[in-house]
Design a protein. Structure first.
Length: 458
C-alpha cells in the first residue's frame, strides 16, 4: 500500500488542477458570429450575463430591452461587479433607453457617461470570468437580436462572441481607457471614488480599430485601394465620401463592387449626403441592392476578396464614425470568418433563403424646388439673380431661362446643397422684355423634379 500512495496523490493533484482549470460547456460562449436574420442571438448573450461570476463591463449607445437590465441587475445584486458606460443623448430617438438607465442607476450599478462632442457608439460587453467579449453593430434593443420572422422581418447586424485572448484583452484595456477618461466622460451614477483601471494594460490587437483615436475611414480606404478581386458591402449609412470615392475608384480599375444599403437612410432628410454617395456609386457602376424585408438593414460589413478580409463593427461610413464618435471595429483576416460572411452576403444578395430579402436599387427623384425670387410677374432691373430653396436630396440643378414661355436650358448641373437657398446670377438683361425661368432639381443619379415656370419683366 505504501508504494501506491504517491500515485494516488499524483492523480488527485492532476484531478484538482483539471477541475480548477475546467469550465463547464454551458459557461463557454462559442467562438462564433450570430446572424439575427434567422437566429436567436439574445439567448447566448443573456446566458453569458447569467453565468458570469467575476465581473461584467458593458458600454452602449442605447439599451431598450428590459431583459438585459433585469439580468444585469440580478447579477449585480448577487455580488458580481458590473460597470456600465452610457450616452444619454441616445434618449431623444430611443426614449426607452432612459427607463433602462434609470433601472440600472436605481440598482446601484456604477455608471459613467460620455459628454464630449462625439457620441459613444459602442455595443460591447466583457465577461471577465468567462474570458469572453461580445461586440458588433447591434444595439441592445428588443428588435436587433431576434428576428420577428426569419428572413422576412429582422435587423441586419454583425454580432460576434469571442474568447480570443488578444481581442478580449484589448477590449478590457479600451474599456478601462473610457472608464478613467476625465475629459470626455463624467460620472453618471453610483461612483463613490475616482474611477480606476480594473485590468492590466494589455497590448492592443492590431486587427482592431478604435475610432476616433484611430481613423477608421483612413484605414478602411487603404484596404479598399489594395483590393484586386471583388468588394462586397452591407452598410446602413454612408455620408463620408472617402468610402464612396474608393468604391467608385475600384469599379474604374475593374474591381466588381456590390452594395446592400438601407432605403430609409436613402430618404432620411437628416442625412442628406447618404443619397448623394449612393447615387454617385450607382452612376459609376457599383451594383446596388436595397433592403426589401420588413425589418432594417443596420449592417456594417465589408468583404475584400483577394485579402480574405472581413471589416465589421460599430462604424458606419460616416465622418463622425471616424473622427469624433467612440467606435470599435475589426479588420479580420480569418478564412472561416470570411467564408461565413461570404455565404451570408450571397444569400442576401441572391435571396436564396426562399424570401426576397433585397431588391435592385432604383434611384429616387429629389424634392421640388421652391422659388424665392424674383417674384412672379414683377418688374426688375436688368441685373437679376435667381434664388430658390432647393428640394430634399437635390444636389444639382438645371436652370432654364429666356424670352420664350418655354425657356431653353441656360445652365446644366449647377451644384447645390439640399434644403438651402441657392442662387444664380443671370447675364445682363435687355430692358423692356419679359423673361421666363424654371429650376429643375436633380439628384446625382440625374433623377429630376421640375419647378413651375415663372416670369418677370424688365
Amino acid at each position: 500500500m505504501a508504494l501506491r500512495a504517491p500515485r494516488v496523490g499524483f492523480c488527485l493533484l492532476v484531478l484538482l488542477l483539471f477541475l480548477a482549470a475546467w469550465r463547464p460547456p454551458t459557461l463557454r460562449a462559442l467562438e462564433t458570429f450570430c446572424d439575427p436574420s434567422f437566429q436567436d442571438c439574445r439567448a447566448p448573450l443573456l446566458q453569458l450575463i447569467n453565468n458570469e461570476r467575476l465581473g461584467i463591463d458593458i458600454a452602449f449607445w442605447f439599451m431598450e430591452d428590459p431583459r438585459y437590465t433585469t439580468a444585469l441587475i440580478n447579477k449585480f445584486k448577487s455580488g458580481v461587479p458590473v460597470r456600465v458606460i452610457v450616452d444619454t443623448r441616445a434618449n431623444g430617438k430611443n426614449p426607452m433607453n432612459a427607463y433602462r438607465l434609470a433601472e440600472l442607476k436605481a440598482a446601484g450599478i456604477p455608471m459613467r457617461e460620455r459628454t464630449a462632442g462625439g457620441i459613444l457608439h459602442w455595443k460591447a460587453a466583457i465577461f471577465v470570468g468567462q474570458g469572453t467579449v461580445e461586440f458588433g453593430g447591434a444595439n441592445y434593443s428588443a428588435w436587433a437580436w431576434v428576428p420577428v420572422a426569419p428572413y422576412q422581418n429582422y435587423t441586419d447586424e454583425v454580432i460576434r462572441f469571442t474568447e480570443n485572448d488578444a481581442v478580449v484583452n484589448t477590449f478590457m484595456t479600451r474599456f478601462d481607457d473610457l472608464w478613467t477618461n476625465v475629459s470626455a466622460y463624467t460620472d453618471y451614477a453610483n461612483i463613490l471614488t475616482t474611477p480606476v483601471r480594473r485590468y492590466p494594460t494589455y497590448p492592443l490587437d492590431p486587427s482592431l480599430n478604435f475610432a476616433p483615436a484611430q481613423d477608421y475611414g483612413a484605414r478602411a480606404v487603404k484596404r479598399y485601394n489594395a483590393e484586386t478581386t471583388r468588394i462586397d458591402v452591407i452598410m446602413y449609412r454612408i455620408t463620408d465620401r472617402r468610402h464612396a470615392d474608393a468604391m467608385i475608384a475600384a469599379v474604374q480599375r475593374g474591381i466588381p463592387v456590390r452594395l446592400i444599403t438601407e432605403p430609409t437612410s436613402y430618404r432620411d432628410p437628416n442625412y442628406i449626403w447618404h443619397s448623394w454617395n449612393v447615387d454617385r456609386m450607382y452612376m459609376a457602376g457599383v451594383q446596388i441592392k436595397q433592403r426589401h424585408h420588413a425589418g432594417l438593414n443596420h449592417g456594417k460589413l465589408v468583404l475584400l476578396y483577394s485579402q480574405g478580409m472581413s471589416i465589421f463593427g460599430s462604424s458606419n461610413w460616416t465622418t463622425a464614425s471616424s473622427s469624433s464618435q467612440d467606435e470599435h471595429n475589426q479588420f479580420l483576416v480569418d478564412p472561416t470568418a470570411f467564408s461565413y460572411f461570404k455565404q451570408q452576403f450571397l444569400r442576401k444578395w441572391n435571396n436564396s433563403a426562399g424570401y426576397v430579402e433585397n431588391v435592385p436599387f432604383t434611384p429616387q427623384p429629389p424634392g421640388t424646388p421652391t422659388y424665392v425670387g424674383p417674384a412672379n410677374t414683377t418688374r426688375q432691373s436688368t441685373t437679376v439673380r435667381l434664388s430658390w430653396m432647393t428640394g430634399k436630396w437635390s444636389h444639382k440643378a438645371d436652370i432654364y431661362f429666356g424670352t420664350s414661355p418655354t425657356p431653353p436650358l441656360l445652365a446644366r448641373d449647377v451644384a447645390v446643397t439640399p434644403l438651402t437657398t441657392a442662387s444664380y446670377t443671370l447675364p445682363t438683361l435687355q430692358p423692356g422684355r419679359t423673361y421666363y425661368w424654371r429650376i429643375v432639381s436633380k439628384t446625382m443619379a440625374n433623377q429630376t423634379r421640375p419647378g413651375p415656370i415663372w416670369s418677370f419683366g424688365t
